[in-house]
Design a protein around this ligand. Structure first.
Ligand SMILES: [Zn+2]
Length: 107
């Protein structure tokens, strides 16, 4: 009798483990979906409308590929990584500059 009870307890535990496994798979699946969704957000990135560097104002063209990154859904181009670091020091200042430059383009 005692053995039978033990066997049943084991069975219940096994069932619980299965449930936990399923939950883990479900959570992993949801996380994966969220990650995919976050990456899908890249499509909403607004392209950089200027042909000049946002940090130093130099025209792009002759000096190789600009350094491209995305700030709050806006694509930004600067000359190189060190200028990206300048941007990072005061992003609000450069985004203000960007907004002004973009507004001028539309005029
Ligand atoms: Zn520059």
């Amino acid at each position: 009798m005692a053995n039978e009870r033990l066997a049943r307890t084991n069975q219940v535990q096994t069932t619980n483990n299965h449930k936990t496994m399923k939950n883990k798979i479900l959570i992993t699946g949801i996380l994966l979906l969220l990650t995919l969704f976050a990456y899908g957000g890249d499509e909403k990135v607004k392209p950089y409308p200027l042909n000049t560097c946002l940090v130093c104002g130099m025209k792009f063209g002759n000096m190789g590929k600009p350094y491209v990154f995305v700030y709050k859904g806006q694509e930004i181009k600067v000359c190189n990584e060190s200028e990206k670091k300048d941007f990072d020091k005061d992003p609000e200042k450069y985004m203000k500059k960007f907004a002004d430059a973009e507004a001028k383009l539309k005029k």
